[in-house]
Design a protein around this ligand. Structure first.
Ligand SMILES: [Zn+2]
Length: 336
């Protein structure tokens, strides 16, 4: 189904067909709106032979602690901090008509940092891995099922909460590059490229990499570019080349007879073609720099697709009726 003109998801109370998604072998279930699933080809294929009177789909090969992020996305709920909405499956009739999700709004806020995103120590059991590490896994889940808007939402979440504290570990960059689709630079890859340039490339000869001052990192902890995968090295180099200040010539100046036709007179400003992203205040920078044109820097959607961008203020104008929870009862089918 093509995206609608409404960039938000279904936020209005209306009749909504709900589907039970049951993850096997864990037999954990979630209830999600069918319309949200139909926004991707993957979800459309899933629903092709769905029995409308018995809307339950069993899914295999998804890790609940990672798939849970996708459920939050389908329910138009914040991805972070993570809230586990899974329930043990006890049969269709026992589960389908019993649930109203209440999403707590006052929960602890774990950090999204370069160290938490790259911490591989608990990867063997994703249910114990940190939330920001699982967010990276969810990014690749989005890639695998072809939901670019979900990937964009994850990048928005990272941007919103990111705190720079360390150079990007070589193993993390390698891992991201190995798991990324070939043929284009993903939002997460571009994030790492920009971050390496900001954190690890000395601003001029003889100066320390910025991350050493910013986060008190020992210079010996900053890997040289040569330690990273070849594709990353090439993309960092190309981005650095783009960031060199260049002269911008006003094409209209040649047409104005009063302007002396000498080279320096035609230059009306100088600026880099690319952008050196400021990770000290990442969200503010992307939203405001270059007249806001950088806000989709890590997004995958095309020009004519809606942008679920970070400028959407998702805090309520007035407090929730039931303080402490965000009531998603609007997704309950009116038949109940
Ligand atoms: Zn965008």
């Amino acid at each position: 189904m093509p995206p609608t003109n409404n960039p938000g998801k279904n936020t209005e109370a209306k009749a909504e067909t709900m589907i039970l998604l049951v993850l096997k072998p864990a037999l954990l279930w979630y209830r999600v709106p069918m319309s949200a699933l139909l926004e991707t080809q993957w979800g459309t294929n899933l629903c092709t032979n769905l029995d409308k009177n018995h809307p339950v789909l069993f899914l295999e090969s998804f890790t609940p602690a990672v798939f849970g992020y996708y459920v939050l996305w389908l329910l138009d709920a914040p991805l972070f901090p993570y809230v586990d909405l899974s329930r043990p499956f006890k049969g269709f009739d026992a589960t389908m008509f019993t649930l109203i999700y209440n999403i707590p709004t006052h929960v602890h806020h774990p950090e999204i940092t370069m160290l938490t995103m790259s911490d591989e120590s608990l990867d063997n059991d994703p249910s114990t891995t940190g939330e920001s590490r699982r967010l990276v896994f969810a990014y690749f889940l989005g890639q695998n099922i072809g939901d670019v808007h979900f990937q964009d939402a994850i990048m928005n979440t990272i941007i919103k909460y990111f705190r720079a504290n360390h150079p990007p570990p070589v193993s993390f960059v390698t891992n991201v590059y190995q798991n990324s689709a070939i043929g284009r630079v993903s939002g997460l890859q571009k994030f790492l490229i920009d971050y390496y340039i900001w954190a690890c490339v000395p601003p001029e000869e003889g100066r320390l990499p910025y991350i050493c001052d910013f986060a008190n990192v020992d210079p010996s902890q900053v890997p040289p570019l040569s330690a990273y995968p070849a594709a990353f090295r090439q993309q960092v180099t190309a981005t650095l080349r783009d960031n060199v200040t260049q002269d911008i010539v006003d094409p209209g100046a040649l047409l104005r007879p009063q302007v002396p036709v000498v080279a320096w007179a035609l230059i009306n400003r100088t600026e880099p073609r690319g952008a050196v992203v400021d990770f000290a205040g990442l969200q503010a920078f992307l939203c405001n720099a270059r007249q806001g044109t950088l806000k989709c820097r890590y997004h995958h959607h095309s020009r004519n697709q809606p942008c679920h961008n970070m400028l959407v203020d998702d805090t309520p104008v007035v407090g929730p009726v039931n303080p402490g929870t965000r009531n998603l009862a609007l997704f309950v089918s009116p038949s109940q």
